[in-house]
Design a protein around this ligand. Structure first.
Ligand SMILES: Cc1cc2nc3c(=O)[nH]c(=O)nc-3n(C[C@H](O)[C@H](O)[C@H](O)COP(=O)(O)OP(=O)(O)OC[C@H]3O[C@@H](n4cnc5c(N)ncnc54)[C@H](O)[C@@H]3O)c2cc1C
Length: 394
């Protein structure tokens, strides 16, 4: 069967890209080895963090130019999120009533000031609050919090709802979604891509396409290898926790500029706590395996202690569940979005804060594919920045 585009991976990146390509009139099939939304896209914290994260601001010198572009793209993502429930015609438990990035030490405050300068220069709405202003806005925070950067657009969305909503819309627009189909081979033949996949039944199927989109998340590198490409996306195991329900008292997305923390309370009253604490990836014979990472109890305790230090009101809450997921990280922490020049018709959408930016990356990538140019440049994220890794790949 021939399609204009084959998209591999049924997470947010894949489902949203398939949806926008179908909307643009392309014939599209999406191939997913398991079920839709069972990877990082369905396991994440659901934070819409539009402020530069802890992991990025600590490398602000090395990433100076890229961060300017990143912040400029944030405004595009904010506008996109504001209209997303109408666009997908689905309620997504979306809340965008503001986020606070906290500082406790002089060093933290210095980082916040630096971050505010980068963000404000690109027009992102952020306000630096001193201790009293922070307490007035968020009385549930500890007096140890000495300053905070407030962004009125931050918030959260239910990760169990977003990707399925894209998959449903993609189907309505005529895309074919094939689950339980593990792609095992991708080959360039003439001016087409030839893709083989093993169905759950054991049957092997073959498709051809003009365009191939690698949206395999943390496994984008494995998929790249099938096309004789090095795509540097490395799997990382992450931890999340959720407490029992309580009356609503945390009204913001809470992050910390110097410590790993993300915390929010959803409308049902549960408090979600995460922020980049690690979980152990399964291994066999020195290879990472795609299964669920294991909870690391030391990381779990440290994550909860960090949350408790800034929001003492959570002390009496029982943790209902901790879970893990696997995301993909690149050597420079920026996503890998765009065309691979040495492999005509091959596109990648992987890495980065792929929940917050996933819908926007997918829309821009589909513009690049269908019109040759995206309405907001994706140049800093081009996979070609790692072209040197493929110089000898034949
Ligand atoms: C615990 C955790 C918390 C996070 N919190 C946040 C957050 O708060 N905010 C934020 O912005 N980001 C967050 N992230 C990151 C975000 O979830 C990811 O960047 C994003 O979901 C990646 O989407 P994806 O579609 O690229 O990958 P995935 O959702 O992992 O999808 C990739 C899919 O590809 C499929 N696949 C792989 N290989 C093959 C193959 N050979 N054949 C067929 N299918 C294949 C997989 O089965 C999988 O379904 C978090 C991640 C984790 C793990």
């Amino acid at each position: 069967m021939h399609y204009d585009a084959l998209v591999i991976g049924g997470g947010l990146a894949g489902c949203a890209t398939a949806c926008y390509l179908a909307e643009a009139g392309l014939s599209v099939a999406l191939l997913e080895r398991g079920e839709i939304n069972r990877g990082a896209s369905g396991q994440n914290a659901g934070s819409l963090h539009f402020q530069l994260e802890h992991r990025l601001i600590h490398h602000a010198d090395a990433l100076a130019d890229e961060l300017q572009h990143y912040v400029a793209l944030t405004q595009v993502a904010i506008d996109h999120w504001r209209g997303i429930e109408a666009e997908l015609e689905s309620p997504l438990e979306l809340a965008m009533h503001g986020g606070l990035m906290l500082a406790e030490t002089d060093e933290d405050i210095g980082l916040l000031e630096r971050k505010a300068a980068i963000e404000q220069a690109q027009g992102l709405e952020v306000t630096l609050l001193d201790a009293a202003q922070t307490q007035a806005r968020a009385p549930y925070l500890s007096p140890a919090v000495r300053a905070a950067l407030y962004c009125p657009h931050e918030g959260h969305c239910n990760p169990r709802l977003l990707t399925p909503a894209y998959a449903r819309k993609a189907k309505r627009l005529g895309a074919s979604i094939v689950t339980h189909c593990a792609v095992t081979e991708t080959r360039r033949q003439g001016n087409r891509w030839r893709v083989r996949g093993a169905l759950g039944s054991g049957e092997v199927c073959e498709w051809t396409s003009d365009v191939l989109v690698n949206a395999a998340g943390a496994w984008a590198m494995d998929l790249g290898r099938m096309a004789n490409l090095h795509l540097p996306v490395f799997p990382v195991g992450l931890l999340m926790n959720v407490t029992e329900r309580t009356a609503l008292f945390i009204h913001h997305l809470i992050q910390h500029v110097g410590r790993r923390l993300s915390m929010k309370q959803v409308d049902d009253g549960n408090v979600l706590i995460g922020g980049g604490w690690s979980a152990r990836l399964p291994q066999q014979h020195g290879q990472w395996l795609p299964g669920r990472p294991q909870v690391d109890m030391a990381a779990l305790r440290a994550n909860l202690r960090t949350a408790l230090a800034v929001a003492p009101g959570i002390e009496s809450l029982r943790v209902l569940r901790s879970w893990t997921g696997t995301t993909g990280i690149t050597p420079d922490q920026l996503p890998l979005i765009g065309a691979v020049s040495r492999a005509p018709g091959y596109y990648v959408a992987a890495g980065g804060s792929g929940f917050t930016y996933g819908p926007t990356y997918a829309r821009l990538l589909s513009e690049l594919i269908t019109r040759g140019e995206a309405s907001h440049s994706l140049a800093p994220y081009s996979p070609d920045r790692f072209a040197h890794m493929n110089m000898f790949m034949g």
